[in-house]
Design a protein around this ligand. Structure first.
Ligand SMILES: Cc1cc2nc3c(=O)[nH]c(=O)nc-3n(C[C@H](O)[C@H](O)[C@H](O)COP(=O)(O)OP(=O)(O)OC[C@H]3O[C@@H](n4cnc5c(N)ncnc54)[C@H](O)[C@@H]3O)c2cc1C
Length: 313
């Protein structure tokens, strides 16, 4: 099958792009991947998406976006894109079930996955005290004890941000030295609400019926196990942008985020656009993803109209 535009991913970026393209009569195909609705389907309340004064549950917000895209004629198809050939237009997409699709333009909105430790208690307590986003969830931890795991700039920034809510923030890092820049370390170390458990390897997230109760760690110096009590655990060990299926055809930054021309969604290949977390190492929010999804749709629409003009010129 051939489409004028194919959008890969149904998070806030992909579905916003779908709404805009469908309303512009481009009738895009949207491919869902293994997480229909994207990351917000894994959370409960979303309090910071404008337009919902009482907040909205993540899955409901995504279901609304999906219905809105369908209402204007977008087609949403389940399936995983395993490869793309961008050497010629139309671009060819290879799906996991062996089928092929072609498209005149492509919007990549495949998100970025937070890295996890893979320790017992971690996966089952995501949303019950384990979080990967301080901006999203910090507010829910007023006057509570929080652990931030990580030693880079992001961990320092998140720890500092979380001191606005928490009674104590404890940074846990498996090495004695932090990877964070000196200035970020100095800021964090100067904050009296931040405590430190360095040279500790996280072993297990402990939890009770009310959610997380602490983090079991091994003291790398003594080899002894310790239990650090906490109500919330924030993982700040990085993200992996979901770009493996692109096979390196598009330039990325050193962390693997797709690069776009500043102020646009245009990648290095004309007709290929990127939006949402997959190209955003800084903000990674639903609203910024939706905003960049809108940009990608407008850019794709302009690209497609210019191609039509060339044909008739
Ligand atoms: C637990 C949690 C809570 C959060 N809370 C908030 C909050 O309260 N407020 C806020 O603003 N932000 C929050 N965020 C962040 C927000 O969810 C993300 O910034 C946003 O979802 C990114 O949108 P996206 O469209 O770029 O990608 P995603 O939502 O990550 O969606 C990516 C999509 O791409 C698809 N995909 C990936 N690879 C492929 C492939 N190869 N083929 C086909 N499809 C593919 C996936 O199936 C998915 O549909 C939270 C994140 C998490 C994890």
């Amino acid at each position: 099958m051939h489409y004028k535009a194919i959008i890969i991913g149904t998070g806030p970026a992909g579905l916003t792009a779908a709404i805009y393209l469908a309303r512009a009569n481009v009738t895009p195909l949207v491919i869902e991947g293994i997480q229909p609705g994207g990351q917000l389907t894994t959370t409960t309340e979303v309090d910071n998406f404008p337009g919902f004064p009482d907040g909205i549950m993540g899955p409901e917000l995504m279901d609304n976006m999906r219905k809105q895209a369908l209402r204007f004629g977008a087609t949403i198809q389940s399936g995983l894109v395993t490869g793309v050939d961008m050497s010629n237009r139309p671009f060819t997409l290879f799906l996991e079930d062996g089928s092929k699709l072609t498209a005149d333009s492509l919007i990549i909105s495949t998100g970025a996955s937070a890295k996890k430790l893979g320790i017992p208690g971690e996966a089952e307590n995501i949303g019950r005290g384990v979080s990967t986003c301080a901006t999203c969830d910090g507010f829910f931890f007023r006057n509570k004890r929080i652990i931030v795991i990580g030693g880079g700039d992001t961990a320092m920034e998140e720890a500092k941000f979380l001191t606005r809510f928490a009674s104590e923030v404890r940074v846990v890092h498996r090495r004695n030295e932090l990877k964070a820049s000196k200035i970020m370390q100095d800021h964090a170390r100067g904050n009296e609400k931040i405590a430190w458990s360095l040279n500790r390897t996280p072993l297990e997230v402990t939890a009770g019926p009310m959610g997380v109760s602490g983090l079991k760690v091994r003291n790398n110096e003594t080899g002894e196990e310790e239990l650090l009590e906490a109500d919330g655990i924030f993982l700040a060990i990085g993200h992996t942008p979901n770009t493996g299926f692109l096979g390196g055809q598009l330039p990325t930054d050193e962390l693997g985020y797709l690069q776009v021309i500043s102020g646009t969604s245009q990648t290095a290949i004309p007709g290929v656009f990127a939006c949402g977390d997959v190209q955003d190492r800084i903000y990674r929010q639903a609203i910024t993803s939706a905003g960049s999804g809108c940009m990608a749709a407008l850019d794709a629409e302009r690209f497609l109209s210019e191609q039509t003009l060339h044909i008739f010129a």
